[in-house]
Design a protein around this ligand. Structure first.
Ligand SMILES: Nc1ncnc2c1ncn2[C@@H]1O[C@H](COP(=O)(O)OP(=O)(O)OP(=O)(O)O)[C@@H](O)[C@H]1O
Length: 304
């Protein structure tokens, strides 16, 4: 029985390259059936963490587990990996490449060819089936790379920036395939700088900064936690009505609405009382930051 339906976990993983600490005791898990987005600035440590998860790079300390047990060569072969430096054979034809990779993973010749063709169709590569990989556009090469990660029906998917450089249609296809794969009980983790996409697609998100995981959770959890902005509509209030409130910064103000940022510990009900003193209050609600705003806040050191 394959270990499908198992979690992938990184536990206290550290890695340095000489003086550079790339990962500093990083821990997170990707649950079976979950789509996990891994985000962070350039050089934050995403590729290093993914390469360690895959086992192509050794950690200095810590452990990677799959289904609760340390990764072995056998479980490693059940991981589908899409590296950042796309690792295809440039002169091989798309179909031959995929069938070859499937055979390398132990499939029989006919199964391998069938799988290769299945993914070629699924990823819209039928017209390119007999083209050399090096002659494909970058986006199509990426589709082949995804097919290569999937052709052996992996039990875990680890993808390094799979969306970079894709056109909107290819983004849709990639998103659908990842969702479908997760729905079969496979943990799927991918890194990306496209935060709107990550926000839309992922069940949970990990934000890494300088080799440390500084936030992890669902978008709702992360943004609720960071939600310190208020939107207030008090139509009879005079301009600047909120300026003197202690611990409150006016971010934006027009005739309709005022957007306020509250310092930690400030009671929003105090703000409501102040607003009511100006007349009727038509709208009063917390504004959740987008993932992009949260990310900026977290990586610029606003929050540990
Ligand atoms: N082979 C290496 N030798 C020395 N330093 C390295 C090596 N690989 C990575 N690093 C360093 O480790 C840190 C983490 O790099 P990593 O590639 O994991 O970041 P990343 O989050 O994937 O970045 P990006 O978003 O730019 O792809 C960086 O400071 C990088 O310069």
């Amino acid at each position: 029985m394959s270990p499908e339906g198992a979690d992938l976990a990184l536990d206290q993983v550290s890695k340095s390259y000489g003086q550079v600490v790339a990962l500093d005791k990083i821990s997170f898990d990707v649950k079976a059936g979950e789509l996990f987005g891994f985000v962070g600035s350039n050089g934050a440590g995403k590729t290093t963490a993914m390469r360690i998860a895959l086992g192509v790079l050794a950690a200095d300390s810590g452990e990677v587990r799959f289904g609760g047990a340390p990764i072995t060569p056998r479980t490693r072969s059940r991981i589908g990996y899409m590296p950042e430096e796309r690792g295809l054979y440039p002169k091989m034809k798309v179909f031959d490449q995929l069938a070859y990779l499937a055979e390398l993973h132990g499939l029989s010749g006919s199964d391998a060819r069938q799988r290769a063709d299945g993914w070629i169709d699924r990823l819209g590569l039928r017209q390119r089936r007999l083209d050399e990989v090096q002659k494909l556009s970058l986006g199509n090469q990426q589709r082949v790379q995804l097919a290569a990660a999937l052709v052996h029906d992996p039990a875990v998917l680890v993808l390094d920036e799979p969306f970079s450089g894709l056109d909107p249609l290819a983004v849709d296809v990639m998103s659908e395939v990842l969702r479908e794969k997760a729905a079969t009980g496979v943990p799927v983790v991918f890194s990306s700088h496209q935060l709107d996409l990550v926000e839309r697609l992922c069940d949970r998100i990990g934000i890494i900064r300088s080799g440390r995981l500084v936030a992890c959770g669902t978008v709702t959890e992360l943004t609720a936690d960071a939600s310190s902005q208020l939107i207030v509509s008090a139509p009879r209030a005079e301009a600047g009505w909120a300026k003197q409130l202690p611990g409150v910064t006016v971010l934006d103000e027009d005739a309709e609405r005022t957007v306020l940022e509250l310092d930690p510990g400030v009671d929003d009900q105090e703000v409501l009382r102040a607003a009511l003193e100006t007349g009727p209050v038509r709208e009063f609600r917390r504004r959740r930051p987008t993932l992009t705003e949260l990310f900026r806040n977290v990586v610029s050191g606003g929050r540990k």
